[in-house]
Design a protein around this ligand. Structure first.
Ligand code: WQD
Length: 331
């Protein structure tokens, strides 16, 4: 199948390209390098021993999107491209709404024009908001969202629902990620955010490698066994495999799946596991709670197993080992 992967040089996009390349797929990558590096293309070719057509284009430029479809007989699109930092989105809402929505609308309009109707969207568990659950299932409606990043995900889900309601010849899959972490076992690709990391795992790695002095654990007075927040961390390779399964097995029409492990890990458990697995020290201090954090947020991941035959296979130990293996290559 000829597949366009938007954001294909990014953290999740690049790992998905690796898994797609294991099947008989012809993959085209478009990425504007806003949060990725062109050298990832070489790493992908090294890992897969395959070449990929690459467009260094910005999807907010509709004529560029048109050019990609006019030059290639694309059969399906996996859409990762978009800004994704919660904190940044609160400071720069217009940048987030314009980038994430315009790029997606351009893509969908050009797909419609070229009669390309297979679309997989990189959504996020953040669309559930806080519904007081420990596990979130797809039967729940979207909840109250407290940041523009999460709102763009919810708005795009709504756009896709309305599009499908207007034309049920579309095959649309919404994949709601929980907490993607880890790296490819080769250590050639992984998570390398620009600037000071917002998320836990990249921050742990920067402290372990000495690039940052100390990890602040945002609160240890939550109603959880060790007082720190619990999240559903999913190895990025498991996440990538979920996209392949969605492409292969998702029923016709519009379908929603959580991609998570279904298990919770606390912040302290993640830190101590990282130290044990990699025999490194992670300096930390207990700091105040971070606004908006919830005590526990995990997936009910049973629907993806039932309908796609997909579930996570990698452990927290695998996550910590693979993430550190990648970070050491950056040193
Ligand atoms: C995890 C836990 C923090 C950093 C975010 C987005 C979500 C999704 C995944 C895109 C929390 C604690 C963190 C630190 C800490 N992204 N922490 N010190 O907030 O669960 O989810 O990333 O879809 O939309 O909201 O992930 O890694 O930021 O935090 O103690 O320096 O680690 O308090 O409990 P989060 P996170």
């Amino acid at each position: 199948m000829k597949i366009l992967v938007t954001g294909g040089l990014g953290f999740i996009g690049s790992h998905t390209v690796v898994e797609l390349a294991k099947e008989e797929n012809e993959i085209i990558i478009v990425d504007n390098l806003n949060n990725s590096k062109e050298e990832v293309l070489d790493k992908l070719e090294e890992i897969t021993q395959k070449k990929f057509k690459f467009y260094k284009y910005d999807l907010t430029e509709k004529e560029r999107v048109e050019e990609i479809f006019s030059e290639n007989n694309i059969e399906a699109v996996i859409h990762f491209a978009g800004f994704k930092a919660v904190g940044e989105s609160i400071k720069e809402p217009l940048m987030y709404y314009s980038n994430n929505l315009i790029s997606t609308l351009n893509l969908l309009q050009v797909m419609k024009k070229y009669n390309v109707k297979r679309f997989i969207f990189s959504s996020s568990a953040t669309v559930y908001g806080d519904q007081g659950k420990e596990k979130y299932s797809e039967e729940l409606s979207r909840g109250k969202i407290t940041n523009p990043y999460g709102m763009t995900k919810a708005m795009i889900e709504k756009i896709l629902e309305d599009l499908y309601a207007s034309d049920n010849s579309w095959d649309i899959t919404l994949l709601r990620y929980f907490n993607p972490v880890g790296a490819h076992s080769s250590g050639l690709i992984g998570e390398d955010p620009k600037g000071i990391p917002n998320n836990l795992m990249p921050y742990i790695m920067k402290v372990a490698s000495g690039k940052l002095e100390i990890l602040s654990i945002f609160g240890n007075d939550y109603p959880t066994p060790d007082g720190t927040c619990i999240r559903d961390y999913i190895h990025v390779v498991d996440l990538a495999k979920g996209h392949v399964k969605a492409l292969q097995k998702a029923p016709k029409g519009l379908n929603i799946y959580n991609l998570g492990s279904g298990h919770g890990t606390s912040v302290l458990e993640m830190v101590t596991t990282f130290e044990r697995v990699n025999n490194v020290k992670v300096n930390y201090k207990i700091a105040n709670r971070r606004e908006g954090d919830l005590p526990e947020y995990c997936a009910d991941a049973t629907k993806a197993f039932r309908e796609l035959g997909w579930k996570t296979e990698k452990t927290i130990e695998d996550i910590c080992r693979d993430a550190w293996n990648y970070e050491k290559n950056l040193l």
